[in-house]
Design a binder for this molecule. Structure first.
Ligand code: A3P
Length: 328
């Protein structure tokens, strides 16, 4: 989720559109709208429609797709550092990640105004002019020009990142309450009920995950399916896998020079979370950059969820994924 004017009324031109969509009231002044099977805050809906109508992918574009609170910030940093390692060596004291937030470098496509698609991507351009975007859009909602294998965008790559469902929920719960999305904090129980029913930002999360999982099996050259936990457990292997998928593999010299570890260290939670740029509260923006760094611990959900909550989430996840050989 990105900084946005979530408390203000949607502009006039959105009202007709929004009123035609199913909605759910999370709190008095906070509604989510269902668009193409998924639930969004109002500003997302317009951004997605703009994107569907106006975004033109280029050959070699890269899209980092995530469900919110799955490690988007981490992978934005990793992708940027990986693809720009020649122009910006990870140990450079002037590395852009030391001075700009990961979301500033890799903007969320659906939050970018159509007139700024190109300029927003400028920050991420590597030496081959590859644009890198981040998005939360489900596969079926992505502009067809991105997913259509026969079009000029056929070389576009999609990196899909997901995270264990229980940690995803707990991370989300904290994020919402640590920012000014709602007028008053939502209780764990209320948030849990909405999440389980799929009525959460870009929910149902299981459906978003499954869309990309299936596509990664059908088009492995186009979609790489990654897990937050795997990157935690075996970061070198996963970063190497990512580099290879993006057609930018580490050379033997790079592997021997310690470059992989340098990228991982630059993008580590410890490093990024301490940087001044990631601890600034910008005036007028309801989301603090600090709130994108909580603790980054796998399994933290057990400290918040009751046994019943764990078992309910596990059950939903098993049911949703049972036929697809996927576990989270
Ligand atoms: P927790 O709330 O569990 O700590 P997103 O970037 O998609 O919004 O996800 C945020 C989650 O990723 C938060 O999880 C945050 O702490 C974690 N995170 C952020 N930067 C990270 C990093 N460099 N390494 C590992 N996890 C990170």
């Amino acid at each position: 989720m990105e900084p946005a004017e979530t408390k203000s009324q949607p502009p006039d031109e959105q009202v007709d559109l929004l009123s035609s969509l199913p909605s759910v009231r999370v709190q008095e002044s906070y509604l989510l709208y269902q668009y193409q099977g998924f639930w969004y805050p109002p500003h997302f809906v317009q951004g997605i429609i703009n994107c569907q109508q106006q975004f033109q992918p280029r050959e070699n574009d890269i899209f980092l797709v995530t469900a919110p609170k799955s490690g988007t910030t981490w992978f934005r940093a990793l992708l940027f550092a990986l693809m720009n390692r020649k122009t910006h060596p990870p140990q450079s004291p002037h590395h852009p990640l030391l001075h700009k937030t990961p979301s500033g470098l890799l903007p969320l496509l659906e939050m970018v105004h159509p007139s700024e698609y190109d300029s927003a991507a400028c920050n991420s351009l590597d030496s081959n002019n590859t644009r890198i975007f981040s998005t939360h859009m489900p596969l079926a909602t992505l502009p067809k020009s991105i997913t259509d294998n026969s079009s000029t965008s056929s070389n576009c790559k999609i990196v899909y990142l997901c995270r264990g469902i229980k940690d995803n929920f707990v991370s989300f719960f904290h994020f919402i309450n640590n920012n000014n999305y709602l007028h008053s904090p939502i209780s764990l129980e209320d948030a849990f009920e909405l999440y389980c029913n799929g009525k959460f930002v870009i929910g149902p999360v299981w459906d978003q995950i499954l869309g990309y999982w299936k596509e990664s099996l059908e088009s492995p050259h186009k979609v790489l399916f990654m897990k937050y936990e795997d990157m935690k457990i075996e970061p070198r292997i996963q970063l190497t896998r990512l580099a290879r998928f993006l057609g930018n593999p580490f050379s033997p010299e790079e592997q021997n020079s310690g470059l992989i570890d340098q990228i991982l260290s630059l993008c580590s939670f410890d490093n990024l979370s301490k940087l001044k740029v990631n601890n600034i509260q910008e005036p007028g923006v309801p989301v603090t950059s600090k709130s994108f760094f909580r603790n980054g611990v796998v399994g933290d959900a057990k400290n918040y969820l009751s046994a019943d909550m764990v078992s309910r989430l596990d059950q939903i996840t098993q049911e949703k994924f049972r036929d697809y050989n996927l576990s989270l």
